[in-house]
Design a protein around this ligand. Sequence first.
Ligand SMILES: Nc1ncnc2c1ncn2[C@@H]1O[C@H](COP(=O)(O)OP(=O)(O)OP(=O)(O)O)[C@@H](O)[C@H]1O
Ligand SMILES: [Mg+2]
Length: 585
Amino acid sequence: MTENSSVFKNPLRHYIRYQPRAFFVGIFLLVITNALDGLYPLLIKIGIDQIETQQPLDDLGRTSLLLIAALTSLGAFRYAWRKNFGRFHTYAMEDMRQRIFKHFTTLGPTFFHKNQVGELMSVITNDVSSFRQAIGPGLLIFLDGLIYLAIILPIMFTINFTWTWQTLIFLPLVPFLINKVMKLIHINYKIAQDRYSELTGLTQETIGGIRVVKSYAQENHRTDLFCQASNKLEVANNKVALIDSLFMPVMEFGVTSGSVILFFIAANDLYSGAVTVGTFVAFHRYIQKMVWPVTALGLGFSYYEKGKASLSRIQAVVDQETDIPNSGTLDLRAFHKLEFKDVSFKFPGMDLYALRDISFQINAGEHVGLMGQVGSGKSTLVSLILRMYPVHEGQILINDIPIENYTLNSLRKMMVLVTQEVFLFSETVTRNIGYGLLQDPELSEVTRMTDIVNIRGEIENLPQKFDSQLGERGVNLSGGQKQRLSIARGLILTSPFLILDDSLSAVDTRTEKIIEEELSQAKKSMQQTRLTVAHRLSSLKNADRIIVLKDGTIEAMGTVSDLIAFSPTFRTIVSVQSSQEVISE
Ligand SMILES: Nc1ncnc2c1ncn2[C@@H]1O[C@H](COP(=O)(O)OP(=O)(O)OP(=O)(O)O)[C@@H](O)[C@H]1O
Ligand SMILES: [Mg+2]
């Protein structure tokens, strides 16, 4: 069992063990607070009785001083237990969040394909918060209620046994009703939250895709959609508010019924002088005080139920193990040879093969091209080299050893992939280029890389040059600029094996040619091995060999002349592209 699974199996026990002081001191202080809170009405009783029997003012003064002392220490103890308990559950929440986030980062693409971003976000935000509410305020409220009852009930029974059971007869209904109301609130709150997510999702999508919205003249349509979502949110919020307003009447119900009953049953005793007014006032005070503990039991229980549901959602995520276990122990230190041996591959959960019977070999220092129609399996093939998915049929070997035997870290340091989908972070240009490095790269190194990918001039024209912020709150780069930056990000790692997946598709042919020359120079000086996925033949001018994929299988492999002889797909590509070149010339 991993450390995480034991933590998430019984998180309350784990966090109590981690911070026993904050937890138990918190509870101890809570008991004292409740004891003081339960006892001070007795002082009021004494005071009133002293006035009624016309005791000396000195006695009344002493009682008043005691009352002030009791109320002041009540405030101090209340503050102290909240502080202790607060530390306990806020720590638990953040620790849990960090564990879940770390777990996310260990999982492979299959997991992220299966689980939507919104759901995962909700687990790490809402569910963790509900868990905190359950082990923090929820548990506290529940304990508070119990302790309070344990202190007040005996006092009430001691004051008057018959009054107690007769006035509190309806009170057990309160926690039950509170729990029901809270359930309704939670259900409707969840609906309101979903509506809210829809609204934010719609806003985000519209703003993100505003150019497309405008080019297709969809402004009014999007506004209509927004208004509909907003109206739905209004209805949902109103419903929550309506149910919320049931809370107070339910809470008051038990007490009011108790007070009314007390008037009737105590009247005779008061008239006959069998009990003092002080006793009556104190008892009435206790009835009022009973509202809180019974409400607390209902509330605490509903927090517990909500937290339990959230915890099971958290457990469902945390229990998902990666399908690419990092169980290899070998360190991949140098690259000599990559070999695919009869590899067939289906994406997890899919019936059709994305790749079938793939066999090829790439030796150190070679430059191999990979071509094929859209969807023929090129990106799938390169993702397997980095072990993004598990391979069950055939074998992928590096230096004659199956890739599963290497540590993932050393494998991914050795084989660097510049992915087809470009993703830059909302950070500076320099930080984006040095993303794979442990430290920020030297400026000279960054400029050298930007020279190779022929983007230095464009970066230097930005207001803050290499310190310009990219992304949402920064500059927006063009598609071709983003591609070139992402090549620089891969190149700066100077890894022995570089894979470029369609990385120059958004760059014009002239720039492509310049970059290709630079990359070849760099490759030679680094003695790098390269696998280049491309659609254009011009990108593969310097390749020693080209592999042509068709519908997930290798159609042919070899030099350009070999391919012209044996690969119909290649012939089609060449004939279409050479006629385009004629047109462009
Ligand atoms: N995560 C995935 N789950 C299921 N099927 C997938 C997944 N990714 C890709 N595919 C499918 O696998 C096939 C090969 O896709 P792949 O991305 O490897 O093609 P490609 O040759 O790189 O295409 P392109 O030239 O457009 O980049 C396609 O049919 C695609 O729909
Ligand atoms: Mg692709």
